[in-house]
Design a protein around this ligand. Structure first.
Ligand SMILES: O=C(O)CCC(=O)C(=O)O
Length: 331
C-alpha cells in the first residue's frame, strides 16, 4: 500500500489488508492461484513480471510495423521527452530520446499487445472495473528517464488508480538503458506538489520543486530499505507497475536498442485529465471490457480515418487516424 498517510483513495490492491483480501478472493474462487500470486507480488513489491505475454513472432511483427511509421508520418506523433510534439521522421530509430505517442490508436498489433490476455486478466482483477488504456508510448532505445513516479506527469481523477505495463519487443541486454525501479517504493509516503497534488504543474509549482522532488526519490527509497532492480526482459515479457513505484530508464552504455511498448491504464470509472480539456474524449471499445482513449486523437465513431495499404491486408483492420491535437494548444 502507499504510505499509510496517503490522502488519495487507493485501489483495493494498495489498501491496508490487501494481502488478506487476495487470500479471501482466492478461497472463494473469485481469483485463480496464478492471479493471486501476481497480485501478492504487486502488493509487496509494487511491480510484477508476466512472462511471454507476446510470442516472439508477435513481438517481431510489432517491431517491424513500428519500423514503418515514417511511411505515414502525418498519422503518428513523436516526441522527445518534454519537448514539442511532431510527426515522426527517421530520428525515431536513431535518437534515444524519441518516442512515439499513442501508437495503439493506429495499430491493431499494438492493441493486441496492450490487451494481451494475461495483462487484461491481471488489470481486470486489480481494477475491479473495465480497463482504459489511455496512453501508449514506444521506445526504440532506453529512455534514460530520471527516476520518477508516473503520477507526477500522468494525471487522472484518482491519482493512485492507474498502472503501467512495459512490454519488451526484443531481449533486453545489459547497458541498453534497462527499466530500473526501487522495489517496494510504492509504499513510501506521498510526495505532494503544493498542498494536495501528486502531479507536477510547472506553472503552479515551479521547476525548483520538481528538482527537489526528483532528488528525494532515491534518498527516500534507500532510507526505506528499498532495493534498486532492473528488468532484463526476454522478448515478449511484460512488467506491470503500480502508479507510485519509483522507476526510470537506466544508463545506456552500449549501442544496443531496447525496443519496448509502454502503456498507462486506468479503471473505466477513473478519468484521464485530458478528458477535461479535449472536447472529443471518447473510450473506443477494443475487446470486451477493454477500451482505448487518447489525448491526441479524436476516436469518436463518426470521425473515421482512412484505410492504409498497410492494414488492408490484415483482419481485423482499423482506419488510420490523424492526430487532432499535437499538444500545442488546447482544443
Ligand atoms: O522505458 C523506460 O525507460 C522508462 C519508461 C517510463 O518510465 C515511463 O513510461 O513512465
Amino acid at each position: 500500500m502507499p504510505g499509510s498517510n496517503t490522502i488519495f483513495e487507493p485501489l483495493w490492491v494498495d489498501a491496508p489488508g490487501a494481502g488478506d483480501e487476495i487470500q479471501r478472493r482466492l478461497q472463494s474462487g473469485a481469483l485463480c492461484q496464478e492471479l493471486a500470486n501476481q497480485l501478492h507480488h504487486l502488493v509487496r513489491h509494487g511491480w510484477v513480471v508476466i512472462p511471454a505475454v507476446l510470442s516472439e513472432q508477435e513481438a517481431d511483427d510489432l517491431s517491424l510495423e513500428i519500423g514503418r511509421v515514417v511511411e505515414h508520418p502525418e498519422c503518428f506523433i513523436a516526441r522527445r521527452q518534454r519537448e514539442a510534439y511532431a510527426h515522426p521522421t527517421s530520428d525515431i530509430y536513431s535518437d534515444p530520446t524519441m518516442r512515439l505517442i499513442d501508437y495503439h490508436v493506429n495499430s491493431p498489433l499494438a492493441r493486441q499487445a496492450v490487451f494481451a490476455s494475461p495483462i487484461k486478466n491481471f488489470l481486470k482483477a486489480a481494477f475491479e472495473d473495465e480497463i482504459n488504456a489511455f496512453q501508449c508510448l514506444t521506445f526504440h532505445y532506453g529512455s534514460q528517464q530520471a527516476l520518477h513516479q508516473d503520477g507526477a506527469y500522468v494525471v487522472v481523477s484518482k491519482p493512485l488508480q492507474f498502472m503501467a505495463s512495459w512490454i519488451a519487443l526484443e531481449d533486453v541486454t545489459e547497458g541498453s538503458g534497462e527499466l530500473t525501479y526501487y522495489s517496494g517504493s510504492h509504499k513510501l509516503d506521498d510526495f505532494l506538489f503544493g498542498k494536495n497534488s501528486k502531479s507536477w504543474n510547472p506553472s503552479v509549482h515551479g521547476r525548483e520543486m520538481h528538482k527537489h522532488y526528483l532528488k528525494t526519490l532515491q534518498e527516500r527509497s534507500e532510507a526505506a530499505g528499498c532495493v534498486r532492480e532492473t528488468f532484463l526482459a526476454r522478448k515478449g515479457d511484460a512488467l506491470i507497475w503500480a502508479s507510485d513505484l519509483i522507476h526510470g530508464g537506466g544508463d545506456i552504455t552500449t549501442d544496443a536498442t531496447r525496443r519496448s511498448l509502454v502503456t498507462h491504464y486506468c479503471p473505466a470509472k477513473v478519468m484521464p485529465n485530458f478528458s477535461t480539456f479535449t472536447r472529443y474524449f471518447y473510450r473506443e471499445p477494443v475487446v470486451e471490457g477493454c477500451y482505448i482513449s487518447s489525448r491526441h486523437y479524436d476516436l469518436r465513431p463518426d470521425r473515421r480515418g482512412f484505410l492504409s495499404k498497410w492494414f488492408r491486408r490484415r483482419e481485423p483492420t482499423i482506419p488510420f487516424r490523424k492526430p487532432a491535437f499535437m499538444g500545442k494548444k488546447r482544443v
